[in-house]
Ligand binder design. Sequence first.
Ligand code: SAH
Length: 252
Amino acid sequence: MINFVGAGPGAKDLITLRGKKLLEKADIIIYAGSLVNPQILNYAKDNCEIYNSAKMTLEEVIDVMVNGEKNNKSVVRLHTGDPSIYGAIKEQMDILDKYNISYDVCPGVSSLFGAAAALKAEYTLPDVSQTVIITRMAGRTSVPEKEEISLLASHNATMVIFLSAGMLEELSKRLIKGGYHADTPAAIVYKATWEDEKVIRTTVEKLSESAKENNIKKTALITVGHFLCSDYERSKLYDPSFTHEFRKGVKP
Ligand code: SAH
């Protein structure tokens, strides 16, 4: 059995209890060395074989999994954040299917949420935005035409942009082209939940300048939208006059 496990955004205690148990039992761990905090590997037992997938091809990763399975070893494939977001897990699962090897997925806390916590923000503020767009700029991996940043920006919804910290000038241009004002609030969250986390509050127009000032080129999320302002409607759910399944409202 192969277990795909989300390691969380960085801090070693932000892995799930289930993920930690799987690491403690694992005979083999293949971890995404570019982003998983190595402190998380301290949960592994002493004789666990550890591989860093940053230096491996898909075929090499699969070889380790297949050999592990043959020898009845318990294998953990440790991904950063949650494996379903830019995790390249589908291609691994599809090959395992061909080998008839079973697997399970243990979710993790995505850096999407690590960043919200670092910002002490709520992405879905009433009357501001009820939608979170998770996207990226095209890099060596292309992005479907209909998901081009300026098209998504036209919604003026909350946006969280992955894998784009090296392309901020172009990102700003596209966000503005799509309909965000140049002075719309934006934030750069570098290494959310790590010890050297940095939170930079800026505007759509100044994203690139702010990143340069702080020497940030990678491992950052860009968040954009008015959820970063303080102007919003309070929630219905906790309004004293609002009745719902668990509480009767009182007229003011
Ligand atoms: N599966 C991961 C994302 C992997 S893609 C998740 O759920 O978080 C890698 C990109 O994620 C990085 O380029 C960066 O944009 C973002 N990222 C990952 N960890 C981060 C962190 N701790 N802080 C800020 N951004 C992070």
